[in-house]
Design a protein around this ligand. Structure first.
Ligand code: ATP
Ligand code: MG
Ligand code: MG
Ligand code: MG
Length: 577
């Protein structure tokens, strides 16, 4: 069916919405694809819904191709399954919780591992039943702390989530690879530039996990990749080869210490106020990074150390020196700070290190709330060198792990480069966390029950609309790849002459008959308004029926390249079909 602009439920906006920080948000609102209802909650209008549906269909096609079977579970869920796995409390404030009229607890599903596992347990019980892959395309609810950038981070959003159920680790590995390959085909098909990065599995639990990050400067995830190999990892998950020894040579000699000994903000304030300084500090003072150089007596190498001090650089160096003794200390000037290769982005607290399974060594002499730590993960891999200041982050969470751009890579090839991305997909080998919780077993050939192992795989379907828009737009508007575009051809009647309308109707009808999706701008507005809307809406091909018709030609404009060509009006349908 031809979509007529004269009746389409669409009003484009000339002005950017005041709250829009990123291009996709600005353009999707201006072009009338989505409308805000509340923070992180959006309505889909006709053109937006078409793009969303196109992406859903592409997702379904790739899931079906790997043998996935679509089902649909409720979004309104009882508490009990989530209580069984501990996630009713673990999931924290991001979970929408509610009570029914009988005061029973419910939640709006943020992700569905529990219910999928329970559903399989309800139907399957023999080894012959496995493996199986189930999926749904469904609305998810997360009370995000900072809903952001329109539909990029919603509190209500559409996710494709699939779950694999296998009898052993090897089978789980192959279900995981099937998904990884399906995601690669999907994101290629959707015209995205993306990187697959090693990831941490966080609240989901489990072992192997990778994220698909659409490359984009406005993305919220930072990742590093090697200049010469396939190595890529979210900064949260960077591991480097085992350090020869901890602590690394050249740093102040460290002793093993644990959290209780870490000084408090009060002691830092006391320390600073004790020093002969003009100003007095309070715990509420702004904290600042200062770089300090240290070296061991007799050593040639200086080591850079970031120290957090309140206010200006009035830290008493003599006191700091005493704290660091026997190492020599010198304050590094601003120039050096700028040139330093570390990405000093924030403080990391010991609690966060412990929560992430990082063992750490703290030099007790670099006291007063800041300390140099050398971290190692559970398998003794050298993870991060960072500055630790638990008392500087109210909740002790990791704001940013420190990864050094320009470091050799972890796999021995090239150096690390940092970039930003939008998480569009995430795949996990969960293992038996959820199946253990509900005793999901398959009766084996030998008559013995066998614990099923699980994988979970998400695609941010509604987020993809925004991620694609982030990568495909220009200053005039959206520029959709054909696979997701709301139409193929946008026909503009550029003039009042009846002959133009008649020819545009004929061309549109023939294109429509041939299965080409047409938008026809048959409104009674100026050609200038129509052109501006066509650029804004972003259909891949714009066909202008205007002045040239007196010479028997119409104009084709490729939205992406901007290239214009004149084509005989009676040949244009053949050319586009
Ligand atoms: P993020 O790190 O962006 O918060 P997540 O790691 O919490 O995402 P997952 O639990 O891995 O998300 O969910 C699978 C996919 O769902 C994500 O890869 C992402 O594409 C999408 N997604 C997650 N949260 C949102 C949201 N608030 N709005 C839109 N899409 C989302
Ligand atoms: Mg999240
Ligand atoms: Mg994430
Ligand atoms: Mg994720």
């Amino acid at each position: 069916m031809i979509t007529r602009m004269s009746t389409l439920f669409l009003r484009t906006l000339r002005e950017d919405p005041a709250d829009a920080e990123v291009p996709s948000h600005r353009l999707l609102v201006r072009a009338g694809y989505v409308r805000r209802v509340a923070p992180g909650i959006y309505s889909w209008l006709p053109l937006g819904l078409r793009v969303l549906r196109n992406i859903e269909q592409a997702v379904r096609a790739e899931m079906d191709a790997i043998g996935g079977q679509e089902i649909h579970l409720p979004a309104l869920l009882p508490k009990e399954p989530y209580e069984t796995t501990g996630r009713w409390t673990e999931y924290g404030p991001n979970m929408f919780r509610l009570k029914d009229r009988k005061k029973a607890d419910y939640l709006l599903g943020p992700t569905h591992e529990e219910l999928f596992a329970q559903t399989v347990k309800g139907e399957y019980n023999s080894y012959r039943d496995f493996p199986v892959i189930l999926y749904q395309v469904q609305t998810k609810y997360r009370d995000e702390e900072r809903p952001r950038a329109g539909i990029l981070r919603g509190r209500e959003f559409v996710m494709k989530d699939s779950y694999s159920f296998d009898l052993d680790d090897e089978q789980l590995g192959s279900s995981y690879r099937l998904h990884r390959d399906a995601y690669t085909r999907l994101f290629d098909r959707l015209g995205l530039r993306y990187t697959v990065v090693a990831a941490t599995s966080g609240a989901m639990g489990g072992s192997a996990s990778e994220e698909f990050l659409a490359e984009c400067p406005t993305g919220e995830d930072t990742f590093v990749r090697s200049s010469e190999s396939d190595y890529a990892a979210n900064v949260e998950a960077v591991t480097t080869p085992p350090a020869p020894e901890l602590p690394v040579e050249g740093r102040p000699q460290a002793e093993v210490h644990h959290t209780p000994d870490t000084p408090t903000i009060e002691s830092l304030v006391e320390f600073l106020n004790d020093a002969e300084s003009d100003r007095k500090f309070t715990a509420a003072d702004t904290l600042k990074n200062v770089l300090v150089k240290t070296r061991q007596p007799g050593a040639e190498e200086w080591t850079l150390l970031a120290v957090g001090v309140p206010g200006d650089r009035e830290v008493d160096m003599k006191r700091l020196e005493a704290a660091l003794e026997p190492a020599e200390v010198a304050l590094v000037d601003d120039a050096d700070f700028a040139a330093n290769p570390f990405l000093v982005k924030g403080y990391v607290g010991p609690k966060a290190l412990q929560d992430n399974g990082v063992r750490y060594l703290v030099d007790p002499r670099v006291s007063n709330g800041s300390a140099w730590v050398t971290g190692a993960d559970k398998s003794d891999h050298h993870v991060v060198d960072l500055v630790c200041g638990r008392d500087f982050t109210p909740d002790g969470t990791i704001e940013a792990a420190e990864v050094r751009e320009g470091d050799p890579s972890p796999d021995g090839h090239g150096v690390l480069q940092a970039a930003r991305g939008i998480e569009i997909g995430h795949i996990f080998q969960l293992g038996r966390k959820y199946t253990d919780a509900i005793s999901l077993d398959a009766l084996g050939q030998d008559g013995q029950p066998k614990r099923v192992t699980m994988g979970s795989y998400g695609v941010g379907v509604s987020r993809l609309v925004a991620a694609i828009a982030e990568q495909h737009h220009d200053e005039l508007g959206l520029v959709w790849p054909r696979a997701v575009a709301p139409a193929d051809v946008h026909v503009v009647i550029a003039g009042k002459d009846d002959a133009l309308g008649t020819e545009a109707e004929r061309i549109s009808a023939e294109l429509d008959d041939a299965g080409v999706r047409v938008v026809l701008d048959d409104r009674n507005v100026s050609p200038g308004v129509k052109f501006a809307d066509a650029e804004l809406v972003g259909v891949p091909t714009i066909l202008v029926v205007g002045k040239g018709l007196s010479r028997g030609v119409v104009e084709l404009k490729d939205r992406a390249s901007g290239e214009r060509t004149e084509v005989a009006a009676d040949e244009v349908v053949d050319q586009l079909v």
